[in-house]
Design a protein. Structure first.
Length: 852
């Protein structure tokens, strides 16, 4: 079937001729070029061509049509909305509609690959030099611009481009109003060549008649550059050619109309508009000239076309009379899906593929299984037929839904994941599990670690001999900011603070906004440094207020600044400049501690299973990954450091240690705080919190009054879990356990059996306690707790016991505990625990060969 536009073109020419003739008589210009652009994303309309907090007029919706008022400058377009509102928005979020008289061009800002598709996974067609000019064909992708360079079209990475929107260069012909209202015959004049509609040499007769008939007037100047095509839809067989004709209504086109095929493997087109069918399918042939575009839908039927080797023709001896076939072959009305049948467990997903992108999917029994965009969801046991339809053709697949297996489970079924990040999903089964992805170009999976490669959707499947489970993954755009932090992590008032943000290499700039007691301050002029596949952006500032202040980093893709979860951090500014003074003020881990922890943990770029921690997935500087966590795998060292800052500050270490010491009423300095944070980071905060010995030792670290004569029979317990015995010896029964700082009364001034105090406890019970666990004198219950007063011998013993992995002694952990004690007592941040330079004495209870 071939549809022409005979009646349409005759009508168009007659209407244009009539309207333009009337306008010429009335002195009215007929030029009405359409300078329309359209937004490709939600973008802010601003009152000036720059990013400022107070110049935002409104946020434009996706797909909103705007009028371009002038050529864009430095990436900013001056536009007008349909309601008359004028402003500026970023060129990176605009595209040109079909038929618009806007020219969309650009140049490369450095060497860049012209690729076959919108990803670095596609092959390079050509390496473009810096300054290469191109025509923009499609600007809708976040990271890639589709361009035309000479005869080649492909995709260029957006970060390497500079784009310009401009109205068509040529102006409409000038018109002047007649001196009188009476109609006068126009003066005879030779029409200028460019004002005469061009008649292609191969134009069909109907076109010549319609253009050159009695309605043709060479004095009428139609819209310059406007044209039509002879067809809107054609159907051809493979190997068959068809010539699409260009009908110019705006002067000579000088063979400048550019043709291209959206699917050149289906049908290709040459520069003269001749289409050749190659393989069954459908494509769009597009013709463009100076912002105008027309298109033809081409449907190709038949087996793939292979050009034959030409041979010398021979003339037949007699004319051959063609005969019409007895029956006309029918067009194939079916096509194949990726599977004709499939079995799916209830609750699982199954992905079907079709040879066409715009098919309509349907299930004949939605109570058994539903389908959306080719993804089948099994709802109940039974059978149903899934159908994909397009243009009267269809493909089918029979789905059998079976009972869900109970021998395999998957923890997360629906996952949203930003491009470039990894999600840890977990499946449980007694058998070996194999993981697969329905589309590895969208999401890859390795042992439950799902990595987002490109935007789109994929189904991840976990399979074992016990059954199959699936999860749905929706990959969204990459985060504008991957990580952010500030240092010093604990800054003194007025001290210079460095703000840090890490982005991918598509970002062009970063700004920081600090909220200081309700007032937002912008820190810009950030400098960048390449680090692997990332940029590290830094800027400096000073804050003269005390407290914790929120900081948000925004990155620019084009001229629009956006942020994400990774862009939110805080700055901590303290009042106390003397870090050695013991106070009750809130503290943060120092930068020296964070660097020491990094040294303890060691840097691992990719997630691995830490055998010392029971096979728990870990990466960076000891960051533990749990099912449901999202993270950046294959990270840089700087990213791992940023993650460590965030983990220490916000992962339950700094805050929890502060809360713990506050609950005990303790005064502490920076080195003591840092030591306990390091200890908690390694063994877990709840390991510190639940240790009753450490708690009792801290509570005992009080200022004490000397014994008075009237208090000579007073004392208090200085240890934890001290046996209160019925007699003066270890062979006597225990009446219970006593803990510091319980006050006791001595019933006898002298020791019993040289080693035991005969006492009465706070409950009035009489018994005996070994002498080393009783301190004479009355404890000052009003005295302050200072960690510097802690029982050094006991605290050292308790801390050093934490050097085991299960029942095994790990010498590396013992050296780490030594370093933490060095830090607690002496403020020594050097990692050299194996030297034991301060001479601690210790013997392990599990293995006496492990000792200091």
């Amino acid at each position: 079937m071939k549809k022409n536009m005979f009646s349409k073109f005759v009508s168009v020419v007659l209407v244009i001729a009539t309207v333009v003739s009337l306008c010429a008589v009335m002195g009215v210009s007929v030029y009405a070029a359409d300078y329309t652009v359209v937004t490709t994303d939600a973008v802010r309309l601003r009152s000036s061509a720059k990013i400022e907090d107070d110049n935002i007029i409104t946020t434009l919706e996706i797909g909103e049509e705007l009028s371009l008022l002038a050529e864009s400058v430095d990436g900013w377009a001056n536009v007008k909305r349909s309601n008359g509102t004028k402003g500026y928005c970023s060129v990176d979020y605009l595209d040109v509609e079909s038929g618009s008289a806007v020219e969309f061009t650009g140049v490369t800002t450095e060497e860049a690959n012209l690729r076959k598709g919108a990803s670095s996974d596609y092959d390079s067609l050509e390496l473009l030099e810096k300054g290469t000019a191109f025509e923009v064909l499609d600007n809708s992708d976040e990271y890639w611009v589709k361009v035309q360079v000479g005869t080649k079209s492909g995709f260029v990475y957006r970060a390497y481009t500079s784009l310009t929107l401009s109205p068509a260069e040529e102006e409409p012909p000038a018109t002047t109003a007649p001196e009188s209202t009476e109609a006068t015959e126009p003066e005879a004049s030779e029409p200028q060549p460019e004002e005469v509609p061009e008649i292609p040499h191969n134009s069909p007769d109907w076109y010549k008649v319609s253009i050159m008939g009695e309605d043709y007037n060479p004095d009428i100047a139609p819209l310059r550059g406007e044209f039509y095509l002879s067809d809107t839809e054609i159907s051809i067989n493979t190997g068959e050619s068809y010539n699409i004709h260009v009908i110019s209504l705006g002067g000579s086109l000088d063979n400048s109309v550019k043709f291209r095929s959206d699917a050149p493997k289906v049908a290709k087109v040459d520069k003269g508009g001749v289409v050749l069918g190659l393989t069954e399918g459908e494509t769009i042939i597009r013709a463009t000239f100076r912002g105008f575009e027309q298109s033809v839908t081409v449907k190709v039927s038949g087996s793939p076309y292979t050009p034959e080797v030409p041979t010398t023709p021979t003339e037949p001896s007699e004319p051959i009379t063609p005969t019409e076939p007895a029956t006309k072959p029918e067009e194939n009305k079916t096509f194949s899906l990726s599977a004709s049948s499939a079995t799916v467990e209830v609750g699982n997903l199954y992905v079907l593929g079709a040879p066409y992108s715009d098919v309509v999917w349907k299930s004949d029994n939605n109570s058994v299984a539903t389908v959306e965009d080719g993804i089948v969801t099994a709802l109940s046991q039974g059978k149903c037929k899934i159908t994909a339809s397009i243009d009267g053709k269809q493909g089918t697949c029979e789905i059998t839904c079976t009972k869900a297996s109970t021998g395999l489970s998957i923890e997360y079924n629906d996952i949203d994941l930003e491009k470039g990040k990894t999600f840890y999903n977990s499946a449980g089964s007694s058998a070996k599990i194999t993981w697969t992805s329905s589309d590895e170009n969208i999401a890859e999976v390795d042992n439950g670690f799902i990595t987002a490669k490109n935007t789109g959707v994929a189904v991840i499947t976990a399979t074992s001999s016990k059954g199959t489970k699936t999860c749905f993954v929706n990959v969204t755009k990459a985060e504008p900011i991957r990580f952010s932090y500030a240092y010093p992590n604990s800054a003194y008032k007025g001290e210079e603070i460095t703000l840090v943000a890490i982005t991918d290499k598509t970002r062009k700039d970063v700004d920081f906004k600090i909220n200081i007691n309700g007032t937002t301050t912008t820190v810009d002029n950030a400098t960048k440094k390449a680090d692997g596949d990332t940029y590290v952006w830094t800027a400096t500032t000073k804050i003269n207020e005390i407290g914790t202040f929120s900081v948000t980093a925004y990155s620019a893709l084009g001229n629009e600044y956006t942020t994400s979860k990774g862009g939110k951090t805080t700055v901590f500014v303290r009042e106390n400049k003397d870090l050695t003074k013991e106070t009750k003020e809130y503290r943060r881990a120092s930068d020296r501690l964070i660097n020491l922890i990094a040294s303890f943990e060691g840097f691992i770029s990719s997630v691995y299973y830490d055998d010392l921690a029971g096979g728990i997935p870990t990466l960076g500087f000891g960051k533990v990954v749990y099912p449901g966590d999202t993270f950046y795998n294959n990270m840089t060292r700087t990213e791992a450091l940023a993650q460590l800052y965030d983990t220490v500050n916000n992962g339950g270490y700094s805050d929890n240690v502060n809360t713990y010491l506050e609950s005990l009423g303790a005064n502490y300095n920076q080195q003591q705080f840092d030591s306990l944070v390091s200890f908690a980071y390694n063994i877990g905060y709840y390991g510190l919190k639940s240790d009753t010995e450490i708690r009792a030792l801290i509570l005992s670290a009080k200022e004490k009054k000397p014994a008075n004569p009237e208090d000579k029979l007073k004392g208090y317990i200085n240890g934890t879990n001290v046996n209160f015995r019925s007699g003066a010896g270890t062979s006597f029964d225990s009446l219970g356990l006593l803990n510091a700082p319980e006050e006791v009364t001595l019933l006898e001034e002298k020791l019993v059996n040289s080693s035991w105090y005969h006492i009465k406890d706070s409950q009035g019970r009489e018994g005996y306690v070994y002498k080393d666990y009783v301190t004479l004198g009355k404890v000052d219950t009003e005295g302050e707790i200072y960690l510097s007063l802690i029982d050094k011998s006991e605290f050292t013993r308790v801390v050093l016991e934490y050097h085991h992995a299960g029942s095994y002694c790990i010498t590396g952990l013992l050296w780490r505990r030594v370093d933490e004690l060095d830090l607690f007592y002496f403020g020594d941040y050097t990692r050299d625990g194996d030297d034991n330079k301060y001479g601690y004495s210790f013997v392990c209870k599990l293995d006496s060969s492990v000792r200091l």
